[in-house]
Design a protein around this ligand. Structure first.
Ligand code: AMP
Length: 397
């Protein structure tokens, strides 16, 4: 696979697809610059080689129309601060004005193009639009994992115009390596911890990873579909009755594939889905009517701890309880702590996909796990075993 270090950017213009889809407040200030930070090493490498960087990104969902609220001009200062270079800006991402700005760009300089999604052709993966974009650099670098699962003009189609001069940026390469460690090359035993609200949204992941793991921890709202399917009483807990058969099938497949499945044995049950609800610890299969399981119980956490601390490769996707409410956050925090401990002892841990990333950040585990994925949807599709078009486009030829 072609990576950044395969190229020397001296006197070259790198056209870099970054993911600068950052949150802005009502004064249009960047409130979290982690995505800009994440792209920094790639940009710095290009500049240090003696080249220049043309950055392209989307921001929000302007749906093909110019929307001043979603202009990337709002983030120019934030990017300049992070990169340490005064970033130039051009108010379109294709056409004469953009081409002129690129032509004037000197080695060591950085140019940010206007929001790609102001043109509807971007999301359509329009080839003519991709060709226009391709005029804005000598080497195409994709460093945007968050959009790697989209066959858009700037993430996928554009690659064909750089048959000999395209590569992954450092961030995207790291994401690919991290997922590969879990899915193919990781040291055994390999453990997947899947939580979150519903079985239905995780089913393809479970089916795909059963061949690759030794242990599976099931937590969060998914638990109750599995418990009810086995004849347990789940009270008012979240439960997908129409997925019970599927849950049994998963357990059967896991057994055939010698995967140990660990499901909660006790839970923190609440008398309402509410931050101030009354709570009690009950066996997972004896939850009274009027009560619902909202977090893992103490015996469950002890079981999970043993598995986590003996695993060498750990994937975590989805919270263990309703961590947004303090009363039901203990399970998610405990699991984060066990993973941090395992990581300290030398295990590889990857956290990714939506809410688990939010939980990891909220509770300060970000630097205590091996890798936190930046791409929610892209990460989930990789775990489902899909080939991401943005990655395939760099690997082709
Ligand atoms: P997901 O997007 O599928 O990863 O689901 C994340 C959501 O699942 C979080 O907002 C959690 O609050 C929620 N969740 C976790 N455990 C439970 C539970 N026992 N009952 C209801 N929701 C839960």
């Amino acid at each position: 696979m072609k990576v950044l270090n395969d190229f020397n950017f001296e006197d070259k213009k790198a056209l870099i697809r970054v993911d600068f889809n950052v949150p802005l407040n009502d004064k249009f200030e960047v409130t979290d610059n982690s995505r800009i930070q994440a792209a920094k090493p790639t940009i710095i490498k290009v500049l240090e080689d003696g080249g220049s960087a043309v950055l392209m990104s989307h921001l929000g969902r302007p749906k093909g129309e110019r929307n001043p609220d979603l202009s990337l001009s709002h983030i120019v200062d934030a990017v300049s601060d992070v990169i340490g270079v005064t970033v130039k800006f051009v108010s379109d991402c294709v056409g004469e004005e953009a081409e002129k700005a690129v032509a004037e760009l000197q080695n060591g300089e950085v140019l940010l193009l206007e929001n790609l999604r102001f043109h509807s052709e971007e999301e359509k993966g329009d080839e003519a639009f991709a060709e226009k974009l391709s005029k804005l650099g000598d080497i195409y670098v994709n460093d945007a994992f968050g959009t790697a699962h989209r066959a858009h003009a700037s993430t996928t189609v554009i690659a064909k115009f750089f048959p000999e001069a395209k590569c992954f940026g450092y961030l995207l390469a790291k994401e690919i390596e991290a997922i590969d460690k879990v899915m193919a090359t990781g040291e055994k035993p390999v453990l997947a911890i899947l939580g979150g609200a519903k079985v239905s949204s995780k089913i393809t992941i479970i089916e795909n990873i059963l061949d690759k793991i030794d242990d599976l921890i099931i937590g969060g709202g998914m638990t109750y579909t599995f418990i009810k399917a086995q004849g347990g009483k789940v009270g008012d807990s979240i439960c997908e009755d129409d997925k019970m058969e599927l849950a049994m099938e998963i357990l059967k497949q896991a057994k055939e594939k010698n995967v140990n499945v660990h499901i909660p044995v006790d839970v923190i049950a609440a008398d309402a889905f509410d931050a101030n609800a009354n709570t009690q610890i009950v066996d997972v299969d004896k939850i009274p009517d009027g009560w619902q399981g909202l977090d893992a119980g103490p015996d469950t956490l002890q079981n999970f701890k043993k598995v986590i601390l003996t695993s060498k490769t750990i994937l975590w996707n989805g919270p263990i309880g309703v961590f947004e409410m303090e009363k039901f956050a203990a399970g998610t925090i405990a699991v984060g702590n066990y993973i941090a401990e395992a990581t300290k002892e030398g295990s590889f841990s990857l956290v990714g996909g939506g809410d688990s990333v939010a939980a990891v950040k909220q509770f300060g585990f970000e630097n205590k796990v091996s890798y936190v994925s930046t791409g929610g949807g892209a990460m989930l599709e990789s775990l489902e075993g899909k080939t991401l078009p943005g990655i395939a486009a760099i690997l082709e030829y």
